[in-house]
Design a protein around this ligand. Structure first.
Ligand SMILES: Cc1cc2nc3c(=O)[nH]c(=O)nc-3n(C[C@H](O)[C@H](O)[C@H](O)COP(=O)(O)O)c2cc1C
Length: 94
Protein backbone atom coordinates (compact mmCIF):
# COMPACT_ATOMS: atom_id res chain seq x y z
CA UNK A 1 0.00 0.00 0.00
CA UNK A 2 1.17 3.50 -0.77
CA UNK A 3 0.44 6.88 0.78
CA UNK A 4 1.41 9.83 -1.41
CA UNK A 5 1.97 13.01 0.63
CA UNK A 6 1.46 16.37 -1.10
CA UNK A 7 2.00 20.01 -0.23
CA UNK A 8 -1.09 21.96 -1.34
CA UNK A 9 0.37 25.27 -2.55
CA UNK A 10 -3.02 26.97 -2.37
CA UNK A 11 -2.93 26.48 1.44
CA UNK A 12 0.80 26.96 2.01
CA UNK A 13 2.01 30.03 3.92
CA UNK A 14 5.64 29.21 4.76
CA UNK A 15 7.50 26.56 2.77
CA UNK A 16 10.03 25.77 5.50
CA UNK A 17 7.40 25.32 8.20
CA UNK A 18 5.16 23.35 5.84
CA UNK A 19 8.06 20.99 5.05
CA UNK A 20 8.76 20.59 8.78
CA UNK A 21 5.09 19.88 9.50
CA UNK A 22 4.90 17.35 6.67
CA UNK A 23 8.03 15.61 7.99
CA UNK A 24 6.49 15.40 11.48
CA UNK A 25 3.24 14.12 9.97
CA UNK A 26 5.08 11.38 8.06
CA UNK A 27 7.00 10.41 11.20
CA UNK A 28 3.67 10.05 13.04
CA UNK A 29 2.37 7.87 10.20
CA UNK A 30 5.46 5.65 10.49
CA UNK A 31 5.01 5.35 14.27
CA UNK A 32 1.34 4.41 13.90
CA UNK A 33 2.10 1.88 11.15
CA UNK A 34 4.76 0.30 13.38
CA UNK A 35 2.43 0.34 16.41
CA UNK A 36 -0.16 -1.78 14.59
CA UNK A 37 2.48 -4.36 13.60
CA UNK A 38 3.08 -3.32 10.00
CA UNK A 39 6.28 -2.16 8.32
CA UNK A 40 6.86 1.04 6.35
CA UNK A 41 9.49 2.90 4.40
CA UNK A 42 9.72 6.62 3.69
CA UNK A 43 10.44 7.06 -0.03
CA UNK A 44 12.13 10.31 -0.99
CA UNK A 45 13.90 9.14 -4.13
CA UNK A 46 10.52 8.99 -5.84
CA UNK A 47 10.56 12.80 -5.93
CA UNK A 48 12.61 12.43 -9.12
CA UNK A 49 9.27 11.42 -10.67
CA UNK A 50 7.04 13.81 -8.74
CA UNK A 51 5.01 15.01 -11.74
CA UNK A 52 4.27 11.45 -12.89
CA UNK A 53 3.15 10.43 -9.38
CA UNK A 54 0.93 13.53 -9.15
CA UNK A 55 -0.72 12.57 -12.45
CA UNK A 56 -1.23 8.95 -11.32
CA UNK A 57 -2.73 10.12 -8.03
CA UNK A 58 -5.06 12.53 -9.85
CA UNK A 59 -3.80 15.42 -7.73
CA UNK A 60 -4.18 19.05 -8.81
CA UNK A 61 -1.32 20.95 -10.47
CA UNK A 62 -0.74 23.01 -7.32
CA UNK A 63 -0.16 19.86 -5.24
CA UNK A 64 3.56 19.09 -4.94
CA UNK A 65 4.61 15.57 -4.05
CA UNK A 66 6.70 15.61 -0.85
CA UNK A 67 7.10 11.88 -0.19
CA UNK A 68 5.54 8.48 -0.57
CA UNK A 69 5.15 6.09 2.37
CA UNK A 70 5.00 2.42 1.39
CA UNK A 71 3.66 0.07 4.05
CA UNK A 72 2.53 -3.50 4.47
CA UNK A 73 3.30 -6.70 6.28
CA UNK A 74 7.03 -6.75 7.07
CA UNK A 75 9.33 -9.42 5.63
CA UNK A 76 9.77 -12.37 7.94
CA UNK A 77 13.51 -12.58 7.30
CA UNK A 78 14.53 -9.17 8.51
CA UNK A 79 17.82 -7.73 7.30
CA UNK A 80 19.50 -5.76 10.06
CA UNK A 81 19.83 -2.06 9.22
CA UNK A 82 23.11 -0.12 9.32
CA UNK A 83 21.72 2.66 11.47
CA UNK A 84 24.18 4.42 13.81
CA UNK A 85 23.66 4.04 17.54
CA UNK A 86 21.85 7.00 19.09
CA UNK A 87 25.02 8.01 20.98
CA UNK A 88 26.83 8.38 17.64
CA UNK A 89 24.17 10.67 16.19
CA UNK A 90 23.38 12.98 19.13
CA UNK A 91 25.90 15.22 20.90
CA UNK A 92 24.92 16.31 24.39
CA UNK A 93 26.91 19.06 26.21
CA UNK A 94 26.22 20.28 29.72
C1 LIG B 1 13.50 12.02 3.96
C2 LIG B 1 13.79 10.53 3.79
C3 LIG B 1 13.74 9.98 2.53
C4 LIG B 1 14.01 8.62 2.35
N1 LIG B 1 13.95 8.08 1.09
C5 LIG B 1 14.21 6.78 0.91
C6 LIG B 1 14.10 6.18 -0.38
O1 LIG B 1 13.79 6.83 -1.37
N2 LIG B 1 14.39 4.85 -0.49
C7 LIG B 1 14.76 4.08 0.59
O2 LIG B 1 15.00 2.89 0.43
N3 LIG B 1 14.83 4.62 1.81
C8 LIG B 1 14.56 5.94 2.00
N4 LIG B 1 14.64 6.49 3.24
C9 LIG B 1 15.10 5.64 4.37
C10 LIG B 1 14.05 4.68 4.84
O3 LIG B 1 12.82 5.29 5.09
C11 LIG B 1 14.54 4.01 6.13
O4 LIG B 1 14.77 4.97 7.09
C12 LIG B 1 15.79 3.25 5.82
O5 LIG B 1 15.44 2.19 4.97
C13 LIG B 1 16.52 2.76 7.08
O6 LIG B 1 15.79 1.82 7.76
P1 LIG B 1 16.45 1.06 8.98
O7 LIG B 1 17.05 2.12 9.86
O8 LIG B 1 15.32 0.34 9.62
O9 LIG B 1 17.49 0.16 8.40
C14 LIG B 1 14.35 7.81 3.45
C15 LIG B 1 14.37 8.38 4.73
C16 LIG B 1 14.09 9.72 4.90
C17 LIG B 1 14.10 10.30 6.31
Amino acid sequence: MLIAVFLDHSLSYDRTKDAQAIGACIQNMLLLIHAVGLGAVWLGEILKNKDRVRELAGAADDHELMAVVAFGFPAENLVKGKRKALEQAIICRK
